[in-house]
Design a protein around this ligand. Structure first.
Ligand SMILES: NC(=O)c1ccc[n+]([C@@H]2O[C@H](COP(=O)([O-])OP(=O)(O)OC[C@H]3O[C@@H](n4cnc5c(N)ncnc54)[C@H](OP(=O)(O)O)[C@@H]3O)[C@@H](O)[C@H]2O)c1
Length: 215
């Protein structure tokens, strides 16, 4: 499958490398694709790099792995026409580092980045997921507790969410996935980031995840 990943950071590279290793045709998008040359040399022929527009045009499914404050700009560069009708897997968090660390959220409580993206691109099938854990765990949940910990899904399109759930299992081995509901539930997972950041500080590692226990 052709997968377009908007981003050149650790999330885009981690997902891109894993998906390429599974035989998917991956294109990472960046304002400066040249900076991905070293990564491309490591990953080999299944991966390519281009502009945001080229990555989205290449894609049957688009993954947003850009910084939250730049996501709407990156998606605008990708172009509405290349997002229309496609599943848009949104991993971004609206983290604002302008006042230093820890970051604050640029949107919260009554709105979320996931909703902003869905409103801006009503013909895209936005599914928010994977935004609540560190990149290496996204593609290999069994690194922790044999994979017995949780991911969340938010989105308006039930079929798109079912497809993403299947891909997350098939590609990465995710078994524990909770569908929270429509895209407004992205408020909840984006607002996990303030506690996620403090947990990373307290635990001294980003390799942890949430496990939901119910009675
Ligand atoms: N790091 C993690 O483990 C982790 C875990 C969960 C969720 N996330 C979320 O996943 C996303 C990616 O994280 P990351 O750490 O891989 O990378 P990042 O440093 O947060 O973001 C890098 C990407 O954002 C793009 N970008 C930044 N400002 C932009 C702007 N104004 N216009 C267009 N594009 C812009 C950059 O584009 P260029 O390539 O053009 O520079 C680059 O591709 C973030 O939203 C983050 O919160 C990260």
């Amino acid at each position: 499958m052709n997968i377009g990943i908007l981003g050149s950071g650790v999330v885009a590279k981690t997902l891109g490398a894993k998906l390429a290793s599974l035989g998917q045709s991956v294109m990472l998008g960046s304002r400066d694709p040249g900076k991905l040359a070293e990564w491309l040399a490591e990953v080999g022929e299944a991966a390519r790099a281009g502009s945001f527009a080229e990555a989205a045009a290449h894609a049957e499914v688009v993954i947003n792995a850009t910084a939250g404050l730049g996501s709407l700009e990156a998606l605008a560069a990708a172009g509405a026409g290349s997002l229309s009708g496609k599943i848009l897997l949104d991993i971004a968090n609206p983290l604002d580092f302008s006042q230093g660390f820890p970051p604050s959220l640029s949107v919260a409580n009554t709105d979320s980045l996931g909703e902003q993206i869905q409103r801006a691109y009503p013909a895209a099938r936005v599914v928010k997921t994977l935004n609540t854990l560190t990149a290496s765990l996204m593609v290999d949940p069994r690194q922790l507790a044999g994979g017995d910990h949780h991911l969340f899904l938010s989105g308006n399109d039930a079929e798109a969410k079912a497809q993403v759930r299947a891909w997350l299992g098939e590609w990465f081995g995710w078994e524990q996935i909770i569908d929270l509901g429509d895209i407004t539930t992205a408020r909840g997972t984006e607002m996990l980031l303030p506690i996620w950041v403090r947990l990373m500080g307290a635990l001294g590692t980003p390799k942890f995840n949430f496990k939901i226990v119910q009675g």
